[in-house]
Design a protein around this ligand. Structure first.
Ligand code: ACM
Ligand code: ZN
Length: 782
């Protein structure tokens, strides 16, 4: 059996090799996530009223055949009828074929003029084969309009495909806002369409308990509802007034949960339920106050609850009784091997003050409250393990020592993931930087209000789930990654779609496709076709960022400037004369070249409308461009850019100090010496600095310019004091400039004297103050 399999696989590969010349064309197949190998061939298979869908042989699971038929039924005629497995002509066939290389989720798909054949080891593979097949069809196949057409055409091709990671997930927070069953199913459909296989269902949190627990009816009667503050900004929500009714909320009955699990199973999606503990549980104390340290009855939060102080008491035995009862019902419902117990952001203030918690610390010989949390999680893990389940928690569960068999979800960056993997624990990566889809995806000025942050589509696409520095051995512990959709600012299904899609599309390719095949430009082209599928599905997707990136590169004294955006088919209009561009300004076609100082402004216009603020880049040509500068103290690693070279590259920073053109010095002076390599005429030296008191960045109290000749003898000096008031909080850029007459010199030293510590009146008083610089400009005619 095995031999035959290998033969089939080899001949398939030979087919691939002999069709190498077709490789370029394969890109036009527009499949997302990109399959491992695609070869497009000549011709089409035509699905007509006479085409059949053959069920797999051997009485094996044939649900995928029925699933495929249901998609056709929804889109309209022709709908292929189901038939027996032995049909060979004008048929879409499913076959179970043992092929170790494919694993349990891989598949092959072959489309010829006479038939379509999907082969896999397991039903998962057949299902993913169908997802690929649907993407080979016109986008209208995703419609649910029951339109009549003569035929569906499928391009002939051979595909060999399997996923890179086994955990390809999407998360949804249904506590901050409640989402109806119908939307949960639609979300599951979106996950399935992207060949992802995990739905992480965040079912409980401070704003509402969302799953029926028979033994604790008040969890859904009381803890599932809060006063309606939907008209208020999240962080400004007011507490309930006297007698005010809790009318906003909802929950999923156990019957609905079962229905959703079944729906997900039919799409090969595993649902991971999350029951938060010990923190993010204040809603529980509206129903069962005795489970907290204080025993005080709370109301369910209608808005932000921070810090997360009221948490489950770790000293009371009844807390663990409650958790075990709840988990028992959760385990009975969810077939998932993994149960998520939260574990994030638990503030330990109450534990510090609680007699019972402190008693527990002493009795169990624990060092502190972190170890008490660890004790808590270990106890819950023991319980889950006794039921044959495994525990997952957010990376805070590392604090105080990780439970023996816990899996860690690394969200506060990559560090937790690295630490857990190095301890031999399984890890799911979802760092905020790349995987938080509640963050802005484009300029906030043009977007619906979000929690903050910035995770553009391109950023998601650039995500590498295996953290740098992890050994090959430990990299095996990285199960995969997931996108997280927290819903503080997301109130409706339509908005949830907008925040999730297409960032989940980018993530799908990250977790499915081979890393070396990732290609942003190619993805962006395929995404335009994928958008048509979303249109057919009526998904409210985001078109992503409308920002233009301006990338200047210095080559032989000339700046070559490339303009790009995340919108490949929308023309970029630009100016190079300092004026604001309009829809009539020149359209960018190829890199621009400049050998004189210039201000470039660029923007995207759709139907004549500017879609985002212009991007501005100022290039200043001066005598020190490209000359070597030496810094006495290096800039901070976090604001390093290209180090000293950033100060003599001719590129000015913008009003955003994080733009990559500013470099930052924390608590030290900027002390730079530039070597012009020879005596050159110098008429003036300028340097700009940045202040934003709220970010602890202040103007230097003074800037000293010193000029030295070829023998390093000081020939001129000038000292300029700042004119910017320290208290000014708005972003401000001040230019310090010194003029010189009849001067020729080789070395220029610029010392920007840092105020060193934040002033008395400032929140950061006594802490290190920052100095930020972008460029030192040396003028003088040769
Ligand atoms: C989290 O975002 N608090 C896991
Ligand atoms: Zn306590």
């Amino acid at each position: 059996m095995k031999k035959i399999t290998i033969l089939i696989f080899t001949s398939f590969l030979i087919g691939l090799v002999s069709c190498n010349q077709m490789d370029k064309k394969s890109k036009s197949l527009n499949i997302i996530p990109k399959p491992v190998k695609v070869v497009q061939e000549k011709g089409f298979f035509t699905i007509t009223g006479k085409t059949r869908i053959a069920k797999p042989m051997h009485g094996k699971d044939g649900s995928t055949a029925a699933y495929l038929q249901s998609v056709f039924k929804s889109a309209g005629v022709p709908v292929p009828e189901l038939c027996e497995p032995f049909e060979e002509k004008n048929v879409i066939r499913f076959e179970y074929a043992a092929d170790e290389e494919l694993g349990w989720e891989g598949y092959t798909l072959e489309v010829t003029r006479s038939k379509i054949e999907i082969k896999a080891n397991e039903p998962e593979g057949l299902f993913y084969g169908v997802q690929t097949l649907l993407q080979l069809l016109p986008p209208e196949v995703f419609e649910s309009q029951k339109t009549e057409r003569k035929e569906w055409k499928v391009p002939c091709c051979k595909i060999w495909d399997r996923p890179r990671f086994e955990w390809r997930g999407m998360h949804l927070d249904v506590s901050r806002h409640f989402f109806p069953v119908e939307f949960i199913k639609r979300y599951i459909d979106l996950i399935a369409m992207h060949k992802m296989n995990v739905f992480h269902w965040h079912l409980t949190d401070d704003n509402g308990w969302r799953i029926e627990i028979k033994k604790y009816p008040l969890l859904t009667e009381i803890a599932g509802w809060h006063v309606d503050r939907e008209n208020m900004p999240w962080r400004k929500v007011t507490p309930p007034g006297p007698g005010e009714k809790a009318t906003y909320g909802g929950f999923y009955s156990q019957e609905e949960v079962r229905e959703i699990i079944k729906y997900a199973e039919e799409r090969y999606i595993n649902i991971i339920p999350e029951i938060e503990m010990p923190g993010h549980t204040s809603e529980v104390f509206a129903a069962y106050p005795e489970l907290s340290c204080t025993g005080k009855k709370l109301y369910v939060q209608p808005g932000s609850y921070w810090p997360n102080a009221d948490i489950l008491c770790a000293g009371k035995e009844e807390t663990f009784g409650f958790i075990e009862d709840v988990l028992e019902e959760v385990i009975a419902l969810f077939p998932s091997l993994y149960i998520h117990i939260g574990g994030d952001e638990a503030d330990k203030t109450r534990w510090l003050e609680c007699t019972l918690c402190q008693q527990r610390i002493r009795k169990e010989k624990l060092k502190d409250e972190n170890e008490l949390q660890s004790y808590f999680i270990r106890r819950v893990e023991n319980f889950l393990n006794s039921k044959g389940k495994k525990l997952i928690g957010w990376d805070e569960i590392l604090e105080g020592g990780l439970a023996p068999d816990a899996t860690v979800m690394s969200w506060r960056g990559f560090k937790g993931g690295i630490e857990a993997a190095e301890q031999g624990h399984k890890v799911i990566m979802c760092p905020t930087s790349h995987c938080y889809f509640d963050y802005y995806q484009a300029n906030p000025d043009f977007e619906p209000e979000a929690i903050g942050g910035f995770t553009s589509l391109k950023k998601v696409y650039s995500f590498e789930p295996v953290p740098e520095g992890l050994s090959e051995e430990n990299a095996k512990f990285i199960l995969g990654a997931q996108g997280n959709v927290w819903t503080e600012y997301i109130k409706t299904p339509s908005h949830a779609e907008y925040m999730s899609v297409p960032r989940m599309t980018a993530l799908a390719e990250v977790v499915w496709s081979p890393a070396d095949q990732r290609d942003w430009t190619d993805f962006r082209k395929r995404l335009n076709i994928h958008f048509k599928r979303f249109d057919a599905l009526k998904v409210n997707y985001s078109k992503g960022s409308w920002k233009v990136d301006i990338q200047p590169v210095l080559e032989n004294g000339i700046y070559k400037v490339t303009l790009t955006s995340e919108q490949p088919d929308i023309p970029i209009h630009y100016t190079a004369d300092g004026t604001d561009p309009s829809a009539n300004s020149p359209v960018y076609k190829k890199p621009l070249a400049f050998s004189n100082s210039v201000v470039i402004k660029a923007g995207l216009f759709e139907s004549g409308n500017l879609m985002e603020a212009f991007t501005v880049k100022e290039i200043v040509f001066h005598n020190a461009i490209g000359k070597t500068g030496t810094l006495k103290d290096p800039p901070s690693k976090n604001y390093f850019a290209s180090g000293a070279a950033s100060l003599t590259d001719g590129l000015k920073g913008s009003e955003n100090f994080k733009d990559g053109y500013w470099i930052g010095f924390e608590g030290t002076d900027m002390d730079l010496e530039i070597d012009l390599n020879e005596d050159l005429p110098i008429s003036s030296v300028e340097a700009s600095f940045y202040q934003q008191a709220g970010s602890w960045i202040f103007m230097p109290e003074k800037v000293v310019f010193q000029i030295f000749d070829n023998n390093h003898i000081l020939v001129a000096e000038s000292e300029i004091k700042t004119t910017t008031p320290l208290g000014k909080n708005d972003a401000i850029i001040e230019k310090f400039s010194a003029g010189f007459e009849n001067l020729k010199a080789r070395y220029i030293r610029v010392i920007a004297v840092n105020i060193k510590t934040c002033p008395e009146w400032h929140v950061g008083k006594g802490s290190k103050a920052w100095v930020f610089a972008d460029e030192v400009i040396v003028n003088g005619k040769h």
